[in-house]
Design a binder for this molecule. Sequence first.
Ligand code: FE2
Ligand code: FE2
Length: 259
Amino acid sequence: MIVLFFGDVYGKPGRFALLQKLPDLMAEYKSDFVIVNVENLADGRGLTEKTLKPLFNQGVDVVTGGNHLWDRAESLEYIAHEKRIIKPINYPASAPGSDSYIITKSGLTLGVMCLTGQIFMPPCDSPFHAFDRLWEDADHSIPWLVDFHAESTSEKRAFGWYVDGRAAVVVGTHTHIQTADEEILPQKTAYLTDVGMTGAHDSVIGVKKEIILEKLRSAVPRRYETSDKGLMINAAVFELDNDSGRALSIKRLRIPVER
Ligand SMILES: [Fe+2]
Ligand SMILES: [Fe+2]
């Protein structure tokens, strides 16, 4: 089976880039499943029903979150009711979102879950213990994709080793910077430290660079504005064996998108 995964889709430019290229990419790679990290979907801060629905309508199967998932109070009820929105499972049970989601399509099944890291991140439970708890009750006969949403490359790498042979895919998100370390680990888990951002790359992680420079130079907080320059898809294509569920290949994508 083929799984297409898109990294942090940032604001309107990110949604434009994703929706512009999605049909072609789904056809080109003959994808069975499409998963998108949407923690920055609505102007960089969380999501809204209005910004997420077009993704589901265009073939996205399930979406994952991160530390920004709940940034918009008006969306909390939607997140609680739309079961295809997966929250990091090491956040409190009271935080809305699904703990995991199992997609079945055309005779193929994939489980999806999401965790955040603890290093340089808002407080959360240990992702290692949270994974073990979920894994205890999980269906081990199907492949699982884990979106590991974290800042520290070492924590991500360690997590990859920790779940090698259990998860079929560990794909990192959150930094918005794609890493070139894709690998099939010894126990056949596909691993990538960070898939990167789908959005405006003439920016600092999606925000107009002038604003971030001014903030860093002056130490005075500034209101963020989403950049709309340098649109690019950052994604990865994972191929899993239909019988064993183990990873066969992993390919990174960085595709410029014209406005
Ligand atoms: Fe993000
Ligand atoms: Fe994040």
